[in-house]
Design a protein around this ligand. Structure first.
Ligand code: GLV
Length: 326
């Protein structure tokens, strides 16, 4: 008998077809998260689930789903999973690393360039009919990206992809990571390791590429923002909660730093309304991996993880190998 699997929210038809060839599916075809109680109910009796970052899987949910063997996130981040609870329940958890590196690195650059050159505020101003004539020394004077210093905090796959793109802008690249990269990787990224303090105080553009966990909660707060240059820009395409949003809003309001480009927020989508009053911040709705090709590749990889997990193989992107022994 086929295993029973929940697909927690709408994905591409190709992915459903792929999964349907292996499993009996319970598909929420709405692109909205199931409310927690419904998620728990629909997981009961299931052996597997294809989940999204909006699905919290914790001990309470697991208590009602004793048959569950695998939850496969369509995301590289998995802070929606309580990994400890999953491991002790013997449930494999997987994510989708690798396939979204380029697309996410591209949006980091899009936000960086938009912040440096006031693209979004200038667009709004033109549409509002405020452009009365070309000016030489106008309010749109921005900051050069070329030859500037790029500081990357969190130098995993996506951080390294961001770094490699900096060569075209002939930038100096510094990075900070818990563990220093092997020399060959530093060379291929043309990046030098720096302490977090040096990175914050020397970078013209600080790009955050850290995963979210209790250890990275508010890694950028008032103290860290105070170390940044007043001409610097902060870019976050990683996760909300890494930045203390109220501290950032205050720093942007006071022009303690020049600008920010943000794709992720604390409590998203309910952002701190303070952001809406600022014209030195560019805001996007957590679309870092959102190209059709990449979202399809992520969902297919998650589906392959699920197929492997439920057919007795080790899924390629297993986060908690201890779950197999638990
Ligand atoms: C998206 O935020 C992801 O973690 O893949």
């Amino acid at each position: 008998m086929n295993s029973k699997v929940l697909v927690s929210r709408s994905v591409f038809p190709e992915v459903i077809e792929h999964l349907a060839a292996h499993f009996e599916l319970d598909y929420n075809d709405q692109d909205a998260p199931l409310p927690p109680a419904q998620l728990a109910t629909r997981l009961t009796g299931k052996q597997g689930a294809l989940t999204m970052i909006s699905d919290r899987i914790d001990a309470t949910v697991l208590a009602g789903a004793p048959d569950l063997k695998a939850v496969c996130n369509v995301a590289v981040g998995y802070n929606n999973f309580d990994i400890e609870a999953l491991t002790s329940a013997g449930v494999m958890a997987t994510n989708t690393p690798g396939v979204l590196d380029d697309t996410t690195a591209d949006i980091a650059w899009a936000l960086l360039l938009s912040s440096a050159r006031h693209i979004v505020a200038a667009d709004k101003w033109v549409r509002a009919g405020q452009w009365k004539g070309w000016k030489f020394n106008d309010k749109w004077l921005g900051d050069d990206v070329h030859h500037a210093t790029l500081g990357i905090l969190g130098m995993g796959r996506i951080g390294q992809t961001v770094a490699r793109r900096a060569a075209g802008f002939e930038m100096r690249v510094i990075y900070h990571n818990r563990t220093r990269l092997p020399a060959a990787d530093e060379r291929s990224c043309n990046a030098e390791w720096a302490s977090k303090e040096v990175l914050l105080s020397e970078a013209d553009f600080v790009v955050l590429m850290l995963p979210y966990s209790p250890a990275t909660h508010h890694v950028i707060g008032k103290t860290e923002l105070a170390l940044m240059k007043p001409t610097a820009h902060l870019i976050n395409v990683a996760r909300g909660g890494i930045v203390d949003d109220s501290a950032l809003i205050e720093a942007l309001r006071q022009k303690r730093i020049t600008g920010a480009g943000l794709d992720v927020f604390e409590n998203e989508p309910a952002l701190d309304a303070g952001y809406f009053e600022l014209d030195n911040v560019v805001l996007t709705p957590h679309i870092g991996s959102s190209s059709r090709a990449t979202r399809l590749a992520m969902a297919m990889l998650a589906a392959d993880n699920l197929i492997a997990a439920l057919s007795g193989q080790r899924p390629p992107n297993l986060i908690n190998p201890q779950a197999i022994r638990a």
